[in-house]
Design a binder for this molecule. Structure first.
Ligand SMILES: NC(=O)c1ccc[n+]([C@@H]2O[C@H](COP(=O)([O-])OP(=O)(O)OC[C@H]3O[C@@H](n4cnc5c(N)ncnc54)[C@H](O)[C@@H]3O)[C@@H](O)[C@H]2O)c1
Length: 436
């Protein structure tokens, strides 16, 4: 039997051992799904705290329940920081971060570090899948040569695919199983193995002809969002000047049964994906002499939104004969989007920084984030303020930045002196509510 046939057989019989490398927002749900279906899963992560928590059956992500981790543990899942165990896995799925560096260029150091720590332990008969969002060519140019340098032939000894993660954290309508998964292999044999692997746990695997096409698919999805969010943010500014409520307009437009997809304006872009991924393509496109104007323009509009919101806060306070300086401002919601505890790239933090720099005394309230965490670039020594009639009334301005469902919007309306709403939560006009 060829390597490929042996591996396919192991996958079909669920005897294959699955290694998930990088146990974060992407890796953990995938681990749970493989475990649930009956595969033995080994999780690899360089963060010893995560390894320890998982082995104790604990979760460190709010929307992933500890009991699910504990159930996976009982089913044989274990986490480790020991990459020499990579040889035990028949499949290795890489879910490590792909941020931008300080020049806003792709930072592939996590992918490169991961593949370099795995390579010495690779063996014939394994499938390697990269899931991290990245520019077209990464699998071919960065992963494949490092594997081949070990003397393993891709497509014969090792099967290599790119299969982008799609996740909408906090959205209960979709699960890892029901979100169709795109997969592209380096060779047809790689593709066959990749499709079998994901087909074992996901209802629908969408095949594309190459790893580059799979990499580009993910970027198109995220660029589509970034550009359309940029568009509605610009529309919001125009509508505001014209005295029109953009949210009313979007709701009306969304009744069109074809050809329109609603996107919602906000205080800026957040999260690990939408503000970052488009610039992976921008960077790579330069190699081909192409300038990605839509991406740059959307980036410019989206990045300017916190300043727009701050200007609205200043104008609203001005109406009350106050300045931002020395005002007490409470920011509601510091996660980057509603109902999650993820603060990566959160525009709320940018707003807090800007308001503090202008002399405001800034506090925050977020039911998902009780203590302001230690972040590399931002330092706030704060705890989430409990929302009561008294606490709300003590602030000069309450700035709604992230519209968590857990906020009591009626109470906020009744007791805040001034509300600046950057999420279109308060649709009815009210003298003390300003739309931003
Ligand atoms: N979060 C999402 O909703 C989402 C959705 C789609 C795609 N993605 C993409 O998926 C990738 C992972 O994102 P995430 O949100 O899961 O990130 P994350 O930061 O939550 O998790 C990454 C994990 O990788 C670990 N890690 C870092 N370097 C490592 C190494 N050398 N070896 C092993 N583990 C290592 C980290 O400790 C961390 O636990 C990124 O490329 C991201 O763009 C994320």
């Amino acid at each position: 039997m060829s390597m490929k046939q042996q591996l396919l057989k192991k996958i079909q019989s669920r005897k294959a051992v699955v290694g998930i490398v990088g146990l974060g927002y992407v890796g953990l749900p995938l681990m749970l799904r493989f475990s649930e279906v009956g595969f033995r899963v080994i999780g690899f992560d360089i963060d010893p705290a995560k390894v320890k928590a998982l082995n104790a059956g604990k979760s460190y992500i709010e929307h992933i329940r500890a009991e699910h981790i504990a159930r996976a543990r009982k089913a044989g899942f274990e986490a480790t920081a020991d990459f020499s165990r990579a040889g035990e896995a028949d499949a290795l799925i890489l879910c490590v971060p792909t941020p931008l560096n300080k020049y806003r260029e792709p930072d592939l150091s996590f992918i490169v570090a991961t593949i370099e720590s795995l390579v010495p332990h690779l063996r014939k008969g394994q499938v390697v899948s990269l899931e991290s969002t990245t520019y077209p060519g990464t699998t071919d140019e960065e992963v494949k040569p490092r594997i081949e340098a070990r003397g393993l032939e891709v497509g014969e000894d090792i099967f290599l695919v790119f299969s982008p993660e799609r996740e909408d954290p906090g959205n209960p309508d979709f699960t890892t199983r029901t979100i169709p998964k795109v997969c592209g292999g380096v060779t047809p044999a790689c593709q066959e193995v990749g499709v079998a692997l994901y087909g074992a746990v996901i209802d629908r695997v969408v095949q594309v002809s190459s790893t580059r096409a799979a990499e580009m698919t993910k970027l198109l999805e995220n660029i589509h969002r970034a550009v359309n969010i940029g568009l509605v943010n610009e529309m919001k500014i125009v509508a505001d000047r014209m005295g029109i409520d953009i949210h009313e307009v979007i709701r009306a437009a969304a009744t069109k049964p074809f050809g329109f997809v609603p996107y919602y304006p906000g205080p800026g872009l957040g999260g690990h994906c939408i503000p970052i991924d488009p610039f992976y393509l921008t960077w790579k496109a330069r190699e081909y002499g192409v300038h990605t104007r839509f991406i740059e323009l959307a980036g410019e509009v989206n990045a300017s939104m916190p300043d727009y919101v701050v200007a609205k806060v200043a104008a609203a306070l001005n109406e009350q004969e106050k300045a931002i300086k020395a005002s007490r401002i409470l920011v509601l919601g510091i996660a980057y989007k509603r109902n999650v505890d993820d603060m990566r790239e959160s525009p709320s933090v940018v707003l807090m920084e800007k308001l503090r720099a202008l002399g405001a005394a800034v506090d925050y309230s977020d039911p998902h984030i009780p203590v302001f965490p230690r972040l590399r670039e931002h330092k706030f020594d704060l705890k989430s303020v409990a929302l009561t009639a008294k606490s709300l009334a003590s602030y000069d301005c309450v700035l709604l930045a992230t519209d968590h469902a857990r906020f009591d919007y009626d109470m906020i309306r009744r007791h805040a002196k001034l509300i600046v709403d950057s999420r279109g939560k308060y649709l009815e006009a009210d003298a003390h509510i300003v739309k931003a």
